[in-house]
Design a protein around this ligand. Structure first.
Ligand SMILES: Nc1ncnc2c1ncn2[C@@H]1O[C@H](COP(=O)(O)OP(=O)(O)OP(=O)(O)O)[C@@H](O)[C@H]1O
Length: 254
């Protein structure tokens, strides 16, 4: 039996918003040190699953464990970082990019504490890692879509998070930024961090993800991209529609 504690273990998770059933019995295990893709159509429950992992929505039933403990515990110990979908962020908030990244440090120290010189160094290193040093004094809303995503990744890095949950990091991002973010996330996994990314961009998946989970209110398929991005599971995940860009050339011809 494997002794590796999964970064995420979800069992029998149901979430409802009033009359809307968003998740219906999700079972999911996320192995640490890999990039995992969470793929599903609009309304399939991706954001709800992220929020449930963070303890931001209450399950109707089922359980969520991060590193074998509660999500509250993982948050308290700064082990998990969450970058919400762009629509869920107030981009007018008067904070600079550097201040957003520094929030990752406060997560560890508590807002009452002042950043020490070594914390400031960590913030600068995180900014440099995502190539935002030159834009660090800008108001966060004055960044492009791709730069905003990178700022949130930097916040997670400054926090020292072992698990990064990124909701649609490729939404509204051009191909160049997408390649930068992909390389960054691959490098984070190579360091042993765990990354869970929701995306519609199926073309990006094989280069980015070690594992894929297809979601349609429950997990339809989970495994290596080559095994899951197949016509059958894709049709089930996308309500009968098979996104052609997800298929390999031989399957397209079939
Ligand atoms: N706060 C809410 N109140 C009521 N219903 C909600 C709420 N948030 C989400 N829902 C509903 O729950 C379902 C799942 O939504 P969710 O945002 O998790 O899907 P998603 O896969 O992230 O979608 P998208 O790809 O469009 O972002 C949808 O039917 C949505 O309308």
């Amino acid at each position: 039996m494997s002794t590796i504690v999964p970064a995420v273990r979800v069992e029998g998770l149901h979430v409802r918003y009033g009359r809307t059933s968003a998740l219906e019995g999700v079972d999911l295990e996320i192995e640490p040190g890999l990039v995992h893709g969470l793929i599903g159509m609009n309304g399939s429950g991706k954001s709800t699953l992220f929020k449930a992992l963070m303890g931001l929505v209450k399950p109707t039933s089922g359980t969520v464990a991060l590193f074998g403990g509660t999500s509250a515990d993982a948050r308290r110990r700064a082990r998990v970082a969450y970058a919400p979908q762009s629509e869920d962020v107030d981009w007018q908030f008067p904070v600079s990019v550097r201040e957003v990244v520094a929030m990752g440090r406060y997560g560890r120290l508590g807002m009452q504490r002042r950043l020490r010189p070594e914390d400031r160094d960590v913030v600068e290193q995180a900014l440099e890692r995502v190539e935002l040093t030159d834009l660090a004094d800008r108001q966060i809303g004055a960044l492009s879509g791709g730069q905003r995503k990178r700022a949130f990744v930097a916040r997670g890095l400054a926090q020292g998070a072992e698990l990064l949950l990124l909701d649609e990091p490729f939404g509204g991002v051009d191909k160049r930024s997408e390649a930068t973010i992909t390389a960054l996330l691959r490098a984070l996994a190579a360091e042993g961090r765990t990354v869970l990314v929701s995306t519609h961009d199926l073309v990006a998946v094989p280069a980015l993800c070690d594992r894929v989970a297809l979601l349609n209110r429950r997990i339809v398929a989970q495994g290596a991209p080559a095994d899951t991005l197949r016509p059958g599971p894709l049709a089930e995940a996308f309500g009968g529609f098979v996104p052609a860009e997800a298929l390999r050339p031989e399957e397209l011809a079939a």
